[in-house]
Design a protein around this ligand. Structure first.
Ligand SMILES: [Zn+2]
Length: 384
């Protein structure tokens, strides 16, 4: 007994397979799975399937005054089955965000801003009074399956005169739960060296390949020792592309030194989705084709690596017993020019194009299937 059979799917190693789903789980992966009574999504050996894409850094609290979007527009409609909102909300807004998130088909998670006000203005950490530890702890305890991490933004415009203090506070606050801490880096002060030296295994540096002066390379274009040490300690590098935080030049220099991000994420919200340079997670993934990354490395960064970093159990792998979150996509053989956040342009010979999202609800044992606009154009449909 199954709920859905995906037939003739190409896996990233170019093998062809059928996949059966039951009660929100992947239950069988085999060369041929047949059952005439079950609905079928036939990929006709033309399209790929992977574990559902996970975007580790987005902004999707629709009521946020600055960085707002709808989870399903950056999620299932774009081939992304799980999104993490990275600090748009603090403890004061999380109830409203939780209610909205429950209405989405996309899995939505929150990295709670250590500032109780969240991103209602750009400098949410300029006043240390906005860090309310008791309220923060209470909020984490209230939403253990929704709040899966902590966000702190450490750049000049955010912290004002407070320098490194908010990060010291965040590390203290993290200690009680051990949740992953995501640190936004940008313009100094605080200095990147000072930030990196405070980070421990599993902490996430987002905007890791930004091209600002406070970037991972020093003025001589050498990797900062502090970053080298952080990587050795197990600190995670996350892309967090955004409107101003991804530089091809920095990414290219990193690749020369064999430094790769653990996770590729978009930092998407309505403005950079509609006007660029982000547009979608798929578009950000294609930028790594420009850089010469293998398709597998790119996909791992939005599936198994992301699930591991975010500690999402049973997600991120196309394996029997795992949640049936899946992304169906094409790797379209068509050249495209793409710009980074600094307006630098590179060319890719192929593009990731999401065609469908399959999202498992493992509590209700049900399945949601979204065929994207591109999927419909390619005549992708469920039969039976
Ligand atoms: Zn962000």
């Amino acid at each position: 007994m199954y709920d859905l059979i995906i037939k003739n799917a190409i896996l990233i190693d170019d093998s062809i397979t059928d996949i059966a789903i039951y009660q929100g789980k992947i239950v069988k992966i085999d060369s041929v799975i047949s059952d005439p009574t079950i609905r079928i999504l036939d990929l006709k050996q033309k399209y790929y399937v992977s574990a559902g894409w996970i975007d580790s850094h987005t902004h999707c609290f629709a009521r946020s005054p600055i960085y707002h979007d709808e989870p399903d527009l950056i999620g299932v409609k774009a081939g992304v089955t799980s999104v993490v909102d990275a600090g748009s909300v603090g403890a004061l807004d999380v109830d409203a965000f939780y209610q909205l998130a429950q209405q989405a088909q996309t899995h939505v998670y929150s990295f709670l801003n250590i500032s109780k006000i969240g991103l209602i203005r750009q400098n949410e950490l300029a006043d240390m009074q906005d860090i309310d530890v008791a309220l923060f702890d209470k909020t984490l305890a209230k939403y253990p399956h929704f709040i899966i991490g902590i966000k702190v933004r450490m750049s000049r415009s955010v912290v004002g005169e407070n320098g490194i203090l908010p990060l010291i506070k965040a590390k203290e606050m993290q200690r009680k739960t051990g949740l992953p801490l995501m640190i936004h880096v940008g313009n100094n002060p605080p200095e990147l060296d000072e930030i990196a030296d405070l980070l421990t295994k599993g902490d996430i540096i987002t905007h890791c390949f930004n091209g600002k002066p406070n970037q991972i390379f020093d003025k001589q274009n050498n990797l900062r020792d502090s970053i080298k040490r952080a990587i050795e300690r197990g600190v995670i590098l996350d892309i967090g592309h955004g409107g101003e935080s991804f530089s091809f030049a920095v990414a290219e220099r990193a690749k020369c030194l064999d430094i790769y991000p653990n996770t590729i994420s978009s930092d998407i919200y309505s403005k950079n989705r509609l006007q660029g340079p982000v547009f979608s997670l798929a578009n950000v993934m294609t930028k790594f084709i420009c850089l010469g990354y293998s398709r597998k490395r790119i996909l791992d960064s939005v599936t198994q690596n992301a699930a591991q970093v975010l500690r999402l159990k049973n997600k991120g792998k196309l394996t029997v017993g795992y949640d049936a979150d899946l992304t169906v996509f094409d790797i379209k053989q068509q050249a495209i020019e793409l710009a980074d956040s600094d307006g630098e342009v590179r060319q890719s010979h192929e593009q990731f194009v999401p065609l469908a999202s399959i999202v498992a609800d493992t509590t209700k044992h049900s399945l949601y299937i979204e065929i994207t606009e591109e999927g419909s154009k390619n005549a992708l449909r469920i039969s039976n």
